[in-house]
Design a binder for this molecule. Sequence first.
Ligand SMILES: [Zn+2]
Length: 161
Amino acid sequence: MVKGSGNQTKSVPNKHLHARIAYLHQAATHLALKQQPVTKNDLSDTNSHLQQHGLPLLLAAQLQAVSQKAQIRLSHDMKRSICKVCSTPLMPDTTSKTRIENKSRAGKKSWADVLVIQCQNCSTEKRFPVGASRQKRKAERKAALAEKEKQNPEEVEMANS
Ligand SMILES: [Zn+2]
């Protein structure tokens, strides 16, 4: 047996858990879309204040539990599509409302744009800055500063004092 091609066939660790997460996500979003919203005047239902209830929330909560237990990072989109508080699968225009907020004066600063996703089940908001560019990691900032210092040390000293 030649062991040379080992790298190509290297399997993903916890492959079955990735599959489980994908399945739970599909099932939760599918069921949440199919679920009949509870009407406001149906007061006999104890959960009448919640639009979503039951299986979709349970599946989404399980999804989060699996990822936490196995320390599997959820994809960007998947993580954003589950409410942190009530585990509702968040889908635009049905279980969540999406808007762009800009709290700068007269909305002049385009980099102050914030994407707000509000859960229609529990009104919790997720907020993501979209206009601003992300700050570099600390190591990168230090490296940049050191580089600048090398080139003209006097200027950096002035800036620090
Ligand atoms: Zn919620």
